[in-house]
Design a binder for this molecule. Sequence first.
Ligand code: ZN
Length: 498
Amino acid sequence: MAYTILRGGRVLDIASGTADLADILIEDDTIREIGAPGCAAPAEAVEIAATRRLLHPGLVNAHTHGHGNLAKGMGDRWTLELLLTAAPWITGNRTGEDGYLSTQLGAVEMVLKGCTACYDLSFEWPLPSTDGLALTGKAYADVGMRAVVAPMVADRSFYEAIPGLYDALPQPLKERVAEFRLPPGEATLAAIRAALRDWSFDRDRVRPAVAPTIPHHCSDAFILGCADLAREFDIGLHSHVAESKVQGVTGIRLYGQTQTAHLDGLGVLGPHFTVAHGVWLDEDDMARLGDHGASVAHNPGSNMRLGSGLADTRAMLERRVNLGIGTDGANCADNQNMYEAMRLASFVSKVQGPDWRRWLSTREAALAATEGSARALGFGDRIGKLAPGYKADIVMLDLDHPNWLPFNDPVNQLVHTEDGTAVASVMIGGRLVVDNRRVLTLDLERLRDRVEAARERLAAANADNRRLYEALEPVVGSYCPGLAGSPYHVHRYGARLE
Ligand SMILES: [Zn+2]
């Protein structure tokens, strides 16, 4: 038994909006007691001074991509479809070591910015591997961060998945994109099964899940195969659903109904299911998700960055959808700042109409970024809250920082003022991972050198893929917005093509 006691801090309770002075007693990795200042502790307890600190539950990033961090800032005006077109350029020719570095870079950014757990949809070409997933898991374990690692998989390429897109390409480009055909679904499912069987991490720290990436990029048999794995190994399922309008239109064309109605028909929705984005969900979709106890990972920064739109989080909450908040990958966000994601979640709800009663409150945004995201990750009763029995995932904000002067309201300031610059220390599972704004678990200079070396090598290796992107951009960039321009009524009336 190892005991730690945090003394003299203000302990935030988001639900009640209070931040009273209290001491937190931690036994091993778990909060045992939150007591009055000066409360008794075992004599051997290590004491940590938390005077002038606001202690809040670690933020939980409900949707990111570890492989995206080496690609931050590589593009500007990209829709989701152009981002997918750019994938061979920005994530091509990666080794397992690159996957490790990219993921670790994101983990470091997240912990420095007050995030202690994430749901990572990680990508390997042409299919996931036991070694690759183990390296991704190790990247989080080495930083000391909690994570759910889900191989992001499909059995149709982007060019096969969007109706008419392949045919719209000139012949030489058709031949080039044929290289991006994916292995048969059975091979990918077998690879995931092998990785799940060999999973060596403590599932309390780093656990697996599976992510059929976008419904229409997957055959029904493949989606069902992923759902079978999720059931067999008792893990989560995560998919980009109704992210862009192109996806919404494609779903209707392909299935004669929305992507969500189709997934419901396949029987794959449930409390373990997370929809990423959900910008183009209609009310029936939301009701289906809510009735199944499913989650939406709301990524307001990415949704604006890619022009996907503004998700209606109030309507989701009204239909009992569990709402989490994410940053999305650094290749489309382009940072991993959960304070910013919370703030944008609040603001995005507020620009959608003048009826302020439908706007998200800061309390709702903060609960979504903690308890809501925790439930989406499958850690619902163990993280996302500072309370006895919960893991000691605790962020200590400096109340002497300008962000907190004056100290008016802890929840409003957490969501609308804090930007990560007041993060002083971060504890994950009772272990200090960041102290006095320094990451304790790895050598940042060494990480920098390895990341820059990888960047240089990948830029050279992907020069041809970059030229291919530049050739594809005008075609994809005019075909897809054309598809999105189809008459398509989605908002609040039920989705349908006319
Ligand atoms: Zn994503």
